[in-house]
Design a protein around this ligand. Structure first.
Ligand SMILES: [Zn+2]
Length: 490
């Protein structure tokens, strides 16, 4: 009988909270690109005689994320010291939460392959401080031929929310989806930029494999995955490794492994610490954290509409497809931009179509964020309204749109500079233009009139010439109609 293997995956996600200052001191959290060891003070350097003061904003962001993850928020909690010796930690302990995390017992839905929602349990969310960063290189700044290690404490003390999932995930694809849902959520809530490449969202995976004969391999903790793709690849690699070992009757030991993205393998780094190795004890320099009455309720009331609720509303209210609703609610700025276009009069479907194709294309091509987009939602809406009222064709709108992007100009000056008039080309003006084209293409007209254009290709060719001449400012069905009537009248 062949053996069946079931992967069991749980994730720990560290989310850097987007506060202006660190969690226990007033140093800036803006460390990317900063000169090493400039965003530091005696406290976050762990010097004696300093006392931590908890950042209220970090608590607010933590509570907000906890509530959106359907967790129960603890009204009274406390901090512990987690002791370990590593040069990125100046105090030789990290202030974290242990037995009384900020929040517990939540869940978040992911979508299964068959389209049904599947809840993934959230064990806990707790607050802690980030560690510094080790940089390996030489003292003149060269990072090759690393002969020395340097430590930069700028990141030390940046607030983190650690979100621990239940071991509910079964496949690498599910794990990837779970992380992308969490990332979307923290961005919607405005509590983190959730950028995996920059390290503001970091994922560690715990994985073990259960065998149908009752054996169950020890879990491995996988670190150092800097993108969703890397997470998926690392888990795929680990599942294969575990299955191979179990199939060969080998024992899997509990250990921490590092993902090496360029080689596509995980490498054992150390045996996993047990909790008692950290010698946790309550942080004596911080009082217990007791949330004021009504605080949690107040935060709950302040939560924005969550991405999945907004997606459902876009589908139900505006009649958008599943795909369009998902694309437009992927981030909050885009969803806001869309709804602002509608407030300014754009029709739901055409606006959705225009944003999904044209606006997103420009953003992707220029690696631009919506907040830097040169055209306001009001102007996009104005253009959509003209298209809705057939005063501007799709082709002409695209030309005007490109012009506005390049010159950051308003709609009407872009139209006049592109020599496009509202209302387009129609009626007698269009009839004259078609006549002119027919005169210029006498030979083609003769073929059509003699009945030799059996598949209508020549007539389509003439229509193409007219549309090109009008630069898309004519209604295609009107062109067809005029063309047919002029070709008949000879
Ligand atoms: Zn500091």
């Amino acid at each position: 009988m062949s053996l069946l293997f079931t992967p069991v995956i749980g994730l720990e996600i560290h989310v850097q909270l987007a506060t202006a200052s660190k969690i226990f001191c007033s140093c800036s959290t803006d460390y990317i690109g900063a000169v090493p060891n400039t965003n530091v003070c005696p406290l976050c350097l762990g010097l004696p005689g300093t006392l931590p003061v908890l950042n209220a904003k970090a608590v607010e962001y933590g509570v907000r994320a906890s509530l959106a993850l359907n967790c129960t928020v603890r009204n009274a909690t406390r901090f512990h010291r987690k002791n370990y010796f590593y040069p990125d930690l100046p105090k030789a302990y990290q202030i974290s939460q242990y037995d009384l995390p900020l929040a517990e017992h939540g869940f978040i839905n992911i979508t299964s392959e068959d389209g049904t929602l599947r809840p993934i349990g959230i064990t806990r969310l707790h607050l802690e401080e980030d560690a510094g960063k080790l940089v390996h290189g030489t003292s003149d700044g060269r990072l090759t031929g690393a002969s020395q290690s340097f430590v930069d404490y700028n990141r030390g003390g940046v607030p983190l929310a650690e979100i621990v999932s239940e071991p509910d995930l079964r496949t690498p694809a599910e794990a990837r989806q779970y992380v992308s849902v969490i990332r979307q959520l923290v961005r919607y809530l405005g509590v983190s930029d959730g950028d995996m490449e920059k390290g503001s969202l970091r994922v560690d995976a715990n994985i073990s494999v259960k065998c149908s004969d009752g054996r169950w391999g020890e879990r491995a903790e996988i670190k150092n995955m800097n993108s969703l793709k890397a997470l998926e690849r690392a888990l795929e690699y680990e599942i294969k490794r575990h299955i191979k070992m179990l199939s060969e009757g080998k024992i899997i030991i509990q250990e921490t492994r590092h993902w090496n993205d360029s080689q596509g393998i995980t490498i054992s780094s150390r045996s996993k610490e047990e909790a008692h190795d950290y010698r946790y004890f309550p942080e004596p320099d911080l009082p217990p954290l007791v949330l004021p009455d009504g605080y949690v309720k107040e935060q709950l009331d302040k939560l924005p509409e969550l991405p999945w609720d907004r997606k459902r509303r876009f589908k139900d209210t505006y009649g958008l497809s599943e795909q369009d609703s998902a694309t437009l609610t992927e981030n909050r700025d885009m969803a806001d931009f869309y709804e602002n276009c509608l407030i300014s009069g754009g029709s739901p479907e055409r606006t959705a179509n225009w944003l999904r194709t044209e606006v997103l294309r420009v953003l992707n091509e220029n690696k631009m964020e919506l907040k830097d987009f040169p055209i306001s939602s009001h102007i996009i809406a104005e253009m959509i309204v003209m298209m809705d009222n057939r005063k501007l064709s799709n082709t002409a709108a695209k030309e005007v749109f490109e012009h506005m992007i390049e010159n950051s100009s308003d709609l009407h000056s872009a139209m006049s500079l592109c020599d496009i008039s509202a209302g387009g080309i129609a009626g007698d003006q269009l009839r004259d233009l078609v006549s002119k084209i027919l005169e210029q293409n006498n030979d083609v007209v003769r073929v059509i009139r003699s009945g030799e254009d059996l598949n209508g290709k020549k007539q389509k060719y003439l229509k193409g010439l007219v549309m090109r001449e009008t630069r898309g400012q004519a209604d295609p069905s009107e062109v067809s109609w005029i063309l047919a009537s002029l070709l008949e009248n000879n």
